[in-house]
Design a protein around this ligand. Structure first.
Ligand code: UDP
Ligand code: MG
Length: 315
């Protein structure tokens, strides 16, 4: 196997404080990896400025002036973490044999990349970085994140537990991923759909080196909702189920109401009102769920996901 050209893609949003430290660390890493002959000298670090409002782009430009191994991609506006990753991957795909995506804050242990490359050499197209523990996260972040993974599993979404967006993808895995036509992107759910041979590398997650989290609670909630609604129709099914339960209760109510009516214990008008509330409510929810099913289908269609992902074609 030839020495791979590795690209390290780093999304940066207002990371002027963390970037110099991260870049220095990445520079050392590239030196060491090239020195050991693990990656080709054409390997690069691609910094994607996700419409930052601070001096991030200036920092990136200065890095690029000093050392051509650092490339910069500047997005015109804040497109969000997933889109920044997507942009970076689309830009470098044709130049690399494999790429690693990692956050700009060095929370993920860069030494795991040695493990990633080893698995890549063994023939894996996807290598997930998996957190050993979440000691450095706040109790709140830890419990919400774990609750989220459990919920996704219940909803039938295949995801690697505790794997964030720190991973290695081979070129063909990136090419396959880039075929996904969806605009609402949830990479953690999409990568397992590729189906290529994969492996996991465990690492200890640390603290942010500088600056503060770019994921406030609001973005975290949006991220979770995105993950659920992009991958699962189950919430719609839940509405249908609710409708069915309501309608069944309605039938039980109807029996009770009729019995009361015959027994002469009811006020005039009560029977018809109560029955229509329960039965109509139930039918309406069922109808909503049914319409939802179709809307869900349309939604999935609009994603234009590839129907298959080719692993090999021998002629
Ligand atoms: N990020 C981005 N665009 C955004 C928000 C975040 O590119 O709109 C980047 C950010 O610069 C960092 C990564 O996504 O490299 C993860 O963000 P952060 O470390 O703040 O998230 P946390 O680790 O707190 O979940
Ligand atoms: Mg972070």
């Amino acid at each position: 196997m030839k020495t791979p050209v590795l690209y390290i893609v780093i999304p940066c949003y207002n990371e002027e404080e963390a970037l110099p430290i991260t870049a220095a660390r990445m520079g050392e890493l590239l030196d060491d990896l090239t020195g050991k002959g693990l990656i080709a000298p054409e390997s690069r670090v691609t910094l994607v400025d996700d419409g930052s409002r601070d001096k991030t782009w200036e920092v990136i430009c200065a890095l690029n002036e000093k050392d051509k191994r650092f490339e910069g991609v500047k997005l015109a506006h804040n497109a969000g973490h997933m889109n920044a990753l997507w942009a970076g991957m689309s830009m470098v795909c044709e130049h690399c044999d494999a790429l690693v995506t990692i956050d700009a804050d060095l929370q993920d242990d860069v030494n795991a990349i040695y493990g990633f490359l080893e698995k890549y050499r063994e023939g894996c197209d996807v290598v997930y970085g998996v957190r050993n523990s979440r000691r450095t996260d706040t109790a709140f972040k830890r419990s919400t994140a774990q609750g989220f993974y459990k919920l996704m599993k219940k909803l039938g979404v295949e995801m690697v537990y505790n794997a964030a967006d720190y991973r290695l993808l081979s070129r063909r895995a990136v090419e396959a991923l880039l075929q996904f036509g969806e605009v609402n992107m949830f990479l953690r759910g999409m990568v397992p759909l590729l189906g290529f041979k994969s492996a996991e590398v465990y690492y200890e997650r640390g603290e942010r080196v500088a600056g503060e989290s770019k994921y406030p609670l609001k973005k975290m909630v949006a991220f979770a909702v995105e993950g659920i609604t992009s991958f699962s129709n189950k919430p719609i099914r839940f509405v249908t189920l609710l409708g069915l339960i309501c309608a069944l209760l309605g039938v039980a109510m109807a029996v009770y109401v009729i019995v009361s009516l015959i027994g002469g214990h009811s006020v005039a008008g009560w029977a018809s009102t109560i029955m229509s509330i329960w039965l109509l409510g139930g039918f309406q929810l069922i109808a909503l769920g049914l319409i939802g099913e179709y809307v869900g289908k349309i939604y999935m269609e609009t994603k234009r996901r590839p129907k298959f992902i080719l692993e090999e074609y021998r002629k």
